[in-house]
Design a protein around this ligand. Structure first.
Ligand code: GDP
Ligand code: GDP
Length: 454
């Protein structure tokens, strides 16, 4: 199996772990007035007055129960502060050490409006000595300007700062996701609903064999499955079995009904193609291997790439390809598909059934790439080595530096490079090529944007 080793995407249909042992503990530490209590309130989802606005009021360490995405945990507000402590750094250290002893995860809160102070830096020293995971929270990031400025907090050496506004709720979902990811395996109380079938668009210019391929999966006589328990499927879609799995082929009504297929201009055909791609997670673009790769084929491929969908290219009618055609086709592929070397390519025949069984593994692989998330630490480890080995070329005596990268999203994977200035287009392509060499992403477009630091 040439796609051996792909990742199983589905979670088990029902996952109910028996609660075992105590809930994991999340400790919230930081200087006074950075907004720890406000953040705790936000996390526990209550407007209960934990916040004491009277400066210097000593709060006891109070644990609260919280839950997020079906996981229960305990959050401890370490607001207890010795206001008259002579040595603030020592007080911070004591607080941090207590938190570290009791916590599974430490939230270290700093004030994004203020930036890092030397008291913060003293606390970081304590925290870093511990083996506990620390999440850096840049609170009071009430707007995008403060959010951008907060990237300077990478200098604390605790990794990516999570910008939040505890007061307004901004960013708290992402922070909770990060906390969940950092928690040890813990009681899981909510069932994972199975997600519906993966959505696939079968697209390509007329006569490449879309209906023939659809028929191969649904069978001429066998009625297309009409419903799957717990999912609603648009009547214009088809549910089919491919490779032992149910897939939702979107917008196939026009392919099922042979009548009227010839009608409609190319304009409408292209609108339908665009809407099918939009509705899908992964697109299978069919090409007719017996014919030259045309501009119309290119347009369909471009639509998929621009929509950011995973991509499998099916060279259909492979039964018609002889040695002669193969020679020219290889040259066409080199020339015409140069911009999408990452697309998964299959040589198949809807008519004979050749290699049709390769489609499901190809779809799974493309979708796995599409949903890949690279941990920030791993990404930056790789990037540091890359820019050390091959720095940005010097232009006019200066070379922009890449400070760090984060993955901003999945489906498709999107990356942001934080730099000291704009990058050469060539260097950016180099980074993308190397990123693919390292992490794969076969079958998925990826997006890299550059954010020069002001
Ligand atoms: P702690 O004592 O360090 O736990 O901080 P508090 O939670 O008591 O908050 C200190 C002050 O900062 C209070 O006046 C809060 O209303 C304010 N505050 C907390 N979070 C935010 C925020 O996200 N944005 C802004 N603008 N103010 C905040
Ligand atoms: P569509 O317009 O993309 O839906 O294409 P059709 O499925 O209607 O196929 C167009 C023509 O190509 C029909 O005559 C099919 O029989 C033929 N065809 C489809 N797949 C293959 C194939 O794998 N090999 C060969 N030789 N012909 C095919």
């Amino acid at each position: 199996d040439e796609f051996g080793g792909w990742v199983e995407l589905r979670e088990p249909e029902v996952e109910v772990d028996e609660p075992t042992g105590p809930r994991p503990v999340v400790a919230v530490v930081g200087r006074p007035n950075v907004g720890k209590s406000t953040l705790v309130n936000r996390i526990i989802g209550r407007r209960q007055a934990v916040v004491e606005d009277i400066p210097g009021v000593t709060r006891d360490r109070v644990p609260y129960d919280a839950q997020w995405n079906g996981r229960e945990f305990t959050v401890v507000d370490t607001g207890g502060w010795e206001p008259d402590a002579k040595d603030r750094a020592a007080a911070i250290a004591a607080q941090a050490e207590t938190a570290v002893v009791t916590a599974d995860v430490v939230l270290f809160v700093v004030d994004a409006m203020v930036g890092s102070t030397d008291v913060d830096e003293a606390a970081v020293k304590m925290l870093r000595r511990s083996a506990k995971p620390v999440i850096l929270v840049a609170n009071k990031a009430d707007n995008t300007t403060i959010e951008m400025e907060a990237t300077s907090l990478w200098s604390l050496g605790l990794g990516e700062p999570f910008t939040v506004s505890a007061l307004h709720g901004r960013g708290s979902g992402d922070l909770l996701d990060a906390i969940m990811a950092a928690l040890p395996e813990a009681p899981k109380i909510v069932e994972n609903r199975p997600r519906g079938p993966r959505r696939v668009a079968l697209v390509g210019r007329p006569n490449v064999g879309k209906s023939s391929l659809l028929n191969r999966f649904s069978g001429e006589d066998r009625a297309v499955v009409d419903s799957v328990a717990g999912t609603t499927v648009d009547p214009v879609d088809s549910l089919v079995e491919i490779g032992g799995e149910t897939w939702q082929l979107v917008d196939t009504a026009g392919l099922r009904k042979r009548v009227g297929r010839a009608s409609g201009t190319e304009y409408y055909a292209s609108l339908r193609t665009a809407s099918a791609i939009e509705a899908a997670e992964v697109a299978v673009v069919l090409l007719d291997s017996s014919e030259v790769i045309s501009e119309q084929d290119q347009r369909v491929l471009t639509m998929v790439v621009e929509a950011g969908r995973a991509l499998v290219i099916a060279f259909n009618k492979w039964d018609l390809v002889d040695a002669d055609r193969r020679y020219y086709l290889d040259k066409e592929i080199d020339r015409e598909l140069r911009r999408i070397p990452w697309a998964i390519r299959l040589n198949l025949s809807a008519q004979t059934g050749r290699a049709v069984d390769k489609l499901a593994p190809a779809l799974r692989k493309a979708l796995a790439s599409w949903e890949t998330r690279i941990p920030t630490a791993q990404l930056n480890q790789w990037l540091t080595a890359l820019v050390q080995a091959t720095p940005h070329p010097v232009r006019g005596g200066r070379a922009p530096r890449i400070l760090f990268a984060t993955q901003a999203g999945v489906a498709p994977p999107r990356f942001v490079l934080f730099t000291t200035g704009p990058l050469d287009a060539g260097y950016q392509r180099f980074v993308e090529r190397k990123l693919r060499e390292e992490f794969g992403f076969e079958g998925s477009p990826i997006d890299i944007s550059v954010r020069p630091r002001k």
